[in-house]
Design a protein around this ligand. Sequence first.
Ligand code: TXA
Ligand code: MG
Length: 307
Amino acid sequence: MKIDLHQAIEFIKQGRVIGVPTETVYGLAARLNDPEGIEQIFKLKGRPRNNPLIIHVPSSEKIYPFAKDMPEDFDKLAKAFWPGPITLVIPIKENLIPAVARANLSTAGFRVPKHHLAAELLKAVGPLVMPSANLSGRPSATGPEHVEMDFGVDFPVLDGGPCIKGLESTILCFDNGRWVIVRLGSLTAEEIKFVIGYTPEVRLAEKGSNPLCPGQMFKHYSPKAKLRFKGREDIPFVLGFRERTYEKKSVIFLGSLEHPLEVARDLYKVLRQLDEKEIDEVWVDMDFPADGLWQTIRERLEKASGA
Ligand code: TXA
Ligand code: MG
């Protein structure tokens, strides 16, 4: 059920969980000071309790009161990329953030989203927790129709149309004096290097220990269709690129090799389309560049395949 900004503000004030557009993906929103709403988010998504939520604020100054101390270059990153698709994990004063939202950690991830509707909603109601608005394990929602697909046509969604970025925010943690990318996202390591002066290490999961980002432990972004990287000859469906030909195959396009921004923007929509078309199995053309946004696209496809 599509709602407007006015209704969204009312619903949030009443403690109802709603879908909210951001420039990355749609989020499921509840107020940070509404533990019941936060509980409901975990239930609705079927989300493991040990996976913390990102706190969204209307501007970076709002983060200071929560912070225990501010890591080096926090201000530089905030100034360069907010509002926008980056999440910064910092040590917090635990008494100020409900334990359920931060999965009992002594840190929390913060983001200032850019989408004008998210920004206006945050200004009106204050900090919101917002995980991606999909059932746990499914591809994220990049349009209001995807939120309805996962939570039903009666579920309220603030309608902001399709998301411009289409992939989640890049998450950075500060570890041992350096910023580390713990989730690849819409913002590339190259862009971050430009601001902090070094290429942040990408540390998605550490063997034999807890990853810096708990979300890395869980299955993700998966359509029902099986994504295969081998066995091209035997699979009739292909996820591929416009400038290539795939003989005797039924092709679903990821987009063009010339336009990674568009491939990123449409990726989850395309993955969801596989299920709408009731395709069981698809071969994925993984022959594309390794740098920039392609790195995130590759990681999402690998995760979606269960690899
Ligand atoms: O683009 C986005 O970030 C979207 C939009 C709605 O803002 N949100 C989003 O939330 O992707 P979610 O819940 O789907 O993913 C949040 C990720 C999880 O992998 C979680 O483990 C990680 O952020 N995270 C949250 N708090 C953390 C913390 N204190 N330390 C490390 N990772 C954290
Ligand atoms: Mg998610």
